[in-house]
Design a protein around this ligand. Structure first.
Ligand code: MG
Length: 406
């Protein structure tokens, strides 16, 4: 569809770069033996659809980790890669991209990436699709368009965003997927010996509770280590305040997602009165989600998640956080590495980023990209200056990808 044929009522500037001609969506099998966060606990069973529910946070996970990857091609053959969550009902997000978004992105100039994002966002506001699967679909397309723009310009996405503000990004080890506290402490210690002095553990798999877990890790790792706790939205306001006091002697780095995301006033009370630093943001899709919390001083640290936000909204959330002098510690969850690469590029251009999550259990065994863009050594991430987001799937990665028919 060229510009003259377009039925779209919006008038676009003439295309000055080769336009998008094809969008493909792939399901990626991340080939992992262990479920995310470690083996299944008592009462956790996999149902016929391949899902199980963690008792500790009442959240559904697939037994096999997977992701959704988008490949966008321009008329002159430049390829951009994007990615979003594929954990749950990935066919839903794939259908949004293929059935709805593709028709509005084909023929467009990839350099209009933010304008395209805003137009697509506007299309579904009236129907209430201002989050969830719809924004996940937008995120994948957005990352791929930024990747193309960088490749056409011959610069890294961080340069498109204003330039590198960091040489490397400090990383924290996320999760200790072992079955006993003794083994989890040993795993934490082994990471510390490799130069990683910051980590986060998850309450749903801290079998004897957060205080016992933090105390043991503090004794193992010493006073200097930074130890954060992901509370997975599981507590009431009073329980969160009590727990914060009990954890205090063992000096947590930050407490993540203490209460239900809907309870913004409760979150504010915990942030203001709990005495510990509160981090939230992994479930946000847009700066509008961020504003509700940041403007009310309901958190100290924001954790944008590239797999949900894309580069455009990630940047807007982070800029809003910077305006309010908040720390930015991007979240990074289950994916192939494409949205991690995008997150590192966006983080590289943001002065307020102080650390970045490192999902060692995902990216240790699954490292299927050419180049060294995702290398994480001696406590920090490497930053690539290659064009775009800086990663290309290897042959091994392509073998894990299945094209979803549109
Ligand atoms: Mg979390």
């Amino acid at each position: 569809m060229n510009q003259e044929d377009s039925q779209d009522s919006v008038t676009h500037d003439p295309v000055t770069h080769d336009p998008v001609t094809k969008i493909e969506v792939y399901l990626v099998d991340l080939k992992q033996d262990k479920p995310y966060l470690g083996s299944l606990r008592e009462g956790e069973t996999v149902n016929e659809s391949g899902y199980f529910v963690r008792q500790g946070n009442r959240t559904v996970y697939p037994r096999k980790n997977r992701s959704l990857v988008v490949k966008i091609t321009t008329t002159d053959g430049v390829i951009g890669w994007g990615e979003t969550y594929g954990l749950v009902a990935p066919q839903a997000t794939a259908a949004i991209i293929s059935d709805l978004l593709t028709g509005f992105v084909i023929g467009r100039d990839p350099f209009e990436v933010e304008a395209i994002h805003d137009e697509l966002y506007d299309l579904m506001r009236v129907r209430g699709y201002t989050g969830g699967f719809y924004l996940d679909a937008l995120a994948a397309v957005d990352i791929a368009l930024w990747d193309i723009a960088g490749k056409i310009a011959g610069v890294a996405v961080a340069e498109l965003l204003g330039g590198f503000q960091h040489r490397r990004i400090p990383a924290y080890v996320s999760g200790l997927p072992e079955d006993t506290l003794t083994k989890r402490c040993e795993l934490a210690q082994s990471w510390q010996e490799r130069g990683f002095d910051s980590l986060k553990f998850a309450l749903p798999v801290a079998d004897d509770g957060a205080v016992t877990e933090l105390k043991a890790l503090r004794e193992t790792l010493g006073e200097k280590a930074r130890i954060a706790i992901d509370l997975h939205w599981s507590l009431s306001g009073p329980d969160a305040l009590t727990l914060a006091k009990e954890l205090s002697p063992f000096r947590p780095w930050f407490l993540e997602a203490p209460v239900a995301t809907e309870e913004i006033e409760t979150l504010r009370e915990v942030a203001q009165n709990g005495g510990e630093r509160i981090a939230v943001g992994e479930e946000w899709r847009t700066v509008y989600d961020a504003r509700h919390r940041i403007d009310r001083k309901a958190c100290h640290i924001v954790q944008p998640e590239m797999g949900h936000t894309g580069i455009t909204q990630f940047k807007r959330i982070a800029n809003h956080a910077e305006t309010h002098k908040l720390e930015i510690i991007p979240h990074a969850t289950i994916g192939s590495g494409i949205f991690l690469a995008a997150s590192l590029q966006a983080s590289a251009a943001l002065k307020g980023v102080t650390s970045h999550e490192f999902q060692h259990s995902i990216f240790g065994p699954f490292r299927h990209f050419t180049g060294d863009a995702l290398e994480c050594e001696n406590g920090s991430f490497n930053l690539t200056h290659r064009p775009g987001i800086g990663v290309e799937p290897s042959e091994a990665m392509l073998e894990c990808m299945t094209l979803i028919p549109s």
